[in-house]
Write a protein that binds this ligand. Structure first.
Ligand code: SF4
Ligand code: SF4
Length: 427
């Protein structure tokens, strides 16, 4: 019985995969024919090889020059909230968080424009914001630059509702005159990439973010929520830190990769669109893109975006390695319902675990227990596969394991190989 179910599933997926590739090809040739030569959106790309401040400051100045000057976004007397990605406790060279030197350059330029910068974010979990500030270098940065560093957990929030599900956004983000988002470009096991759009999820106070994963634990519903959130907290400008990005099993357990650029736009959607185009990521795999397209939150067609600054041809962009584990659903929902128990992704704690308990406290459904200083134990049937434990672990000790069938679902080529071998062996 199980064998028959697997066979039906594999054949269906092969056809689905083939149909998807054909559809993608048709789509790209169609959109190429319809290129609109009048640009509506601008993304600036600037080469920057290292985090040496002497290199970053002129690079950020060039970004602003290409966008019409900092005065286009910031006026004297305004409060400017800089929103980096401070996901969890990692050193800047681990490429999990926005590098403080990029934010330092923005602080200096905002001050020069006569405005008041503040820095604020909320980590993946509310529990350890102080240690995040310490390890990421942001406490030191803000002390050196005499700039307030806000704890968005304690700064008050305003309530919103998304399809009957309540959530809050930190007040300082809503009340600042200008918001400049400063994401770190990374891969993400749930959303494929995290950059301009996903960075704004950090405007929701910490533990609430974790609990929202319980409501939106599949990539499609989470993508729909992210797109709606972005419409509320759309920043005036996004400056993406891709000098050293993260590929593989991001957002906290992947590998740093040197891309050597900063990119900026007043349209974060356009910025994410071009990043996908440059790094050969199919935007149809990014769960929030279709919702952004529907809502018209920004430009999702790379052909309609103007690139200013350095030419993309100067960069040896190599395709970004995507997560080997992907929580996204690539098969029809009825198949998941039918074969649910055989399609799973589960966290496994390896020897790096220090038994700090952070993942246990961050799990929205209490699927992890910690016993006498040992690595947490998973209660499999309780896990909703949200990957919060993977995101918050400061030791990179959470490995996401996939069932055999899940591996096959996410790799149609292996699936085809497997079917061929199976059919041969039954002849
Ligand atoms: S897996 Fe990571 S977060 Fe969880 S207890 Fe171990 S070190 Fe802490
Ligand atoms: S164990 Fe990890 S992946 Fe599973 S529900 Fe808890 S935080 Fe999410």
């Amino acid at each position: 019985m199980l064998f028959c179910r697997c066979l039906v599933l594999t054949i269906t997926l092969c056809y689905c995969g083939a149909a998807f590739h054909v559809a993608t090809d048709k789509l790209s040739s169609k959109s190429l024919k319809g290129i609109n030569m009048i640009s509506r959106t601008k993304v600036v790309l600037i080469k920057c090889g290292s985090y040496d401040f002497q290199e970053i400051l002129p690079a950020v100045e060039r970004l602003f020059t290409a966008l019409g000057g900092i005065q286009t976004f910031v006026r004297a007397g305004q409060t400017v909230l800089l929103k980096p990605n401070l996901l969890s406790s990692h050193r800047p060279d681990e490429a999990v968080t926005t590098h403080p030197e990029v934010v330092r350059a923005l602080i200096r330029l905002v001050k020069q424009a006569g405005a008041t910068p503040i820095v604020a974010d909320s980590g993946a979990s509310a529990i350890n914001i102080e240690s995040i500030w310490e390890k990421t270098g942001f406490r030191a940065l803000c002390a050196e630059e005499a700039v307030p560093l806000l704890n968005l957990e304690k700064a008050g929030s305003r309530h919103f509702d998304f399809n009957g599900i309540p959530f809050s956004i930190a007040k300082p983000v809503l009340e600042a005159d200008v918001v400049i988002s400063v994401p770190k470009l990374k891969t993400h096991v749930l959303t494929v990439i995290t950059n301009a759009v996903k960075n704004m999820y950090g405007t929701i106070p910490g533990y609430q973010k974790t609990m929202l994963h319980k409501q939106f634990h599949d990539p499609v519903s989470f993508g729909r929520f992210l797109a709606s959130l972005y419409a509320i907290v759309k920043p005036s400008l996004t400056v993406s830190d891709a000098i050293i990005a993260m590929e593989g099993n991001g957002p906290s357990n992947g590998n740093p990769v040197h891309y050597g650029f900063l990119a900026a736009s007043s349209d974060g959607v356009a910025l994410d669109t071009l990043v996908c185009h440059w790094l050969k990521i199919n935007p149809r795999r990014v769960p929030y893109f279709s919702f952004l397209k529907e809502s018209g939150a920004g430009e999702t067609q790379w052909q309609a975006i103007d690139v200013a600054g350095d030419s993309p041809s100067q960069f040896p962009f190599r395709p970004m390695k995507l997560p080997s584990v992907f929580i996204g659903k690539t098969a029809p929902a009825w198949l998941y319902h039918w074969l649910g128990p055989l399609l799973w992704i589960r966290p496994l704690m390896n020897e790096r675990c220090t038994a700090c308990g952070l993942c246990v406290r961050s799990c929205p459904v209490s699927a992890l227990t910690l016993i006498k200083g040992k690595p947490p134990v998973l209660i499999p049937h309780q896990c909703i596969q949200c990957c919060c434990c993977h995101e918050v672990c400061p030791a990179g000790a959470v490995i996401l394991q996939q069932s055999l069938l899940m591996r096959l679902v996410h790799h149609p080529s292996r699936l085809k190989e497997w079917i061929t071998r199976l059919l041969r062996s039954t002849r």
